[in-house]
Design a protein around this ligand. Structure first.
Ligand code: 3HC
Length: 310
C-alpha cells in the first residue's frame, strides 16, 4: 500500500512521544455523546459520560445498549455468547456522572458534545481547566464553532483540539481531527491516534468553518431546500434524485430531518453572520419557520417529513 510522505512522518512521530488516550470523559449524553462513549468503550477505553441529570444519563445508556445490540446482531451473528460478553464488557467500561468536575480528575481526554453555544462551551472548559490534570487533552465535537475560540477560555490551548464525529457515530466511518492554530503537534497526534484506535478513518482539518465535511454538506443541504422553495422539485423527488442519481444513502430532506433542523439552522446562521456576502451561507426561510414551529426532524416526530411518535 502506498504511503504519502506526510503519513510516514506522522506515523513516525506518533510512535515517539505522544500521550496515549486510555480514559476519557464525554460531556453530553445526547445522540453524539452516547455514540462517542459507545465506540470508545467498545474499543477498550474507559469512559465516563457526564450530563446535567440522571434521566439523561439513563437514556444515554439505554441508547448505547440498543445500538450495541444492533452491532452484535451483525458482528456475532453466529455466536450469541460472544455477543452477550461483548455487550457486557463494553457496558462495564462506561460510567455515568452528574459531577463533571470530579470526573475529569484522572482522565487523558475530556471531549465535549453539548449544545452548540460558544459561551456555554467556553465556560465549561474554563471551569474544567482549573481541575483537570496537566496532561489532560481537551477537545470539542462542535459542528461549526471555531475550536480556537472555545480553547481560548483555557490556559491549555496547546492541549486543545477538535474531534468531529458523524451521526450515527457507530456506523459512520470518518472522524475529523482539527488542529487549531495553538494546538500542539503532540496533541494533534494523540487525537489522531485515538480516532484510529476507535476504528475510524481520520482526516486532518484546519480550524475553518465546517472543517471538511460540513463545509460541503451543509451548503448542499440548504441548496436542496432552496430548490424546493423555488418549486423546482418536490421533497420526495429531490430525495429520490440524490439517492439514486448520486448514490447518497439518504436524500437531503431525510438527512436534514435526521441531523436535526435546529442544528442545520444554527450552523448556517453562524456562518452567515461571519460571511454575510457568501450566498452559500444564506439562511432559508422555510428551515427557519419549521424550527420556530418546533419541527426539528426525527427527534420531535416532524421536520420536513412526519415520523411516528417519539
Ligand atoms: N447503531 C448501530 N447500528 C446502526 C445504527 C446505530 N445507531 N444505525 C444504523 N445501524 C445499522 C443497522 O443495524 C443496519 O445494519 P444491517 O446493515 O446489518 O442491517 C445498518 O446500520 C443500516 O441501517 P438501516 O437498515 O436501519 O438503515 P440504512 O441502510 O438507511 O442506514 C444509515 C442507516 C447508516 C444512517 C444510512 O442511512 C446513512 O449512512 N445515512 C447518512 C448519514 C449521514 O450522512 N450522516 C452524517 C450526517 S452529518 C453529521 O453528523 C455532522 C454534524 O456535525 C451535523
Amino acid at each position: 500500500m502506498k504511503m504519502f510522505y506526510s503519513q510516514i512522518v506522522r506515523s513516525m512521530s506518533t510512535t515517539v512521544r505522544m500521550p496515549q488516550i486510555k480514559k476519557l470523559v464525554v460531556i453530553g449524553g445526547g445522540q453524539m455523546g452516547a455514540g462517542i462513549a459507545q465506540i470508545s468503550a467498545a474499543t477498550g477505553h474507559n469512559v465516563i459520560i457526564c450530563d446535567v441529570n440522571d434521566d439523561v444519563l439513563k437514556k444515554s445508556k439505554a441508547t448505547i445498549e440498543k445500538s450495541l445490540q444492533r452491532v452484535v446482531m451483525k458482528k456475532y451473528a453466529d455466536d450469541a455468547e460472544k455477543g452477550k460478553a461483548f455487550i457486557s464488557e463494553t457496558m462495564s467500561r462506561i460510567q455515568t456522572s452528574t459531577d463533571t468536575k470530579s470526573s475529569v480528575k484522572d482522565v487523558d481526554l475530556v471531549l465535549e458534545a453539548i449544545v452548540e453555544n460558544l459561551e456555554i462551551k467556553r465556560d465549561l472548559f474554563k471551569d474544567l481547566d482549573a481541575v483537570a490534570p496537566q496532561h489532560t487533552i481537551f477537545a470539542s465535537n462542535t459542528s461549526s464553532l471555531p475550536i480556537r475560540e472555545i480553547a481560548s477560555s483555557t490556559s491549555r490551548q496547546d492541549r486543545f483540539g477538535g474531534v468531529h464525529f458523524f451521526n450515527p457515530v457507530p456506523m459512520m466511518k470518518l472522524v475529523e481531527v482539527i488542529k487549531a492554530p495553538n494546538t500542539s503537534q503532540e496533541t494533534f497526534d494523540s487525537l489522531y491516534a485515538w480516532g484510529q484506535a476507535l476504528g475510524k478513518t481520520v482526516v486532518s482539518c484546519k480550524d475553518t468553518p465546517g472543517f471538511l465535511v460540513n463545509r460541503l454538506l451543509v451548503p448542499y443541504l440548504l441548496e436542496a431546500v432552496r430548490l424546493y422553495e423555488r418549486g423546482d422539485g418536490s421533497m420526495e423527488d429531490i430525495d429520490t434524485a440524490m439517492k439514486l442519481g448520486a448514490g447518497y444513502p439518504m436524500g437531503p430532506f431525510q438527512l436534514l430531518d435526521y441531523v436535526g433542523l435546529d442544528t442545520s439552522k444554527f450552523i448556517i446562521a453562524g456562518w452567515h453572520e461571519g460571511d454575510p456576502n457568501n450566498p452559500l451561507f444564506n439562511p432559508s426561510p422555510l428551515l427557519d419557520r419549521l424550527v420556530a414551529e418546533g419541527k426539528l426532524g426525527v427527534k420531535t416526530g416532524e421536520g420536513f417529513y412526519k415520523y411516528g411518535k417519539k
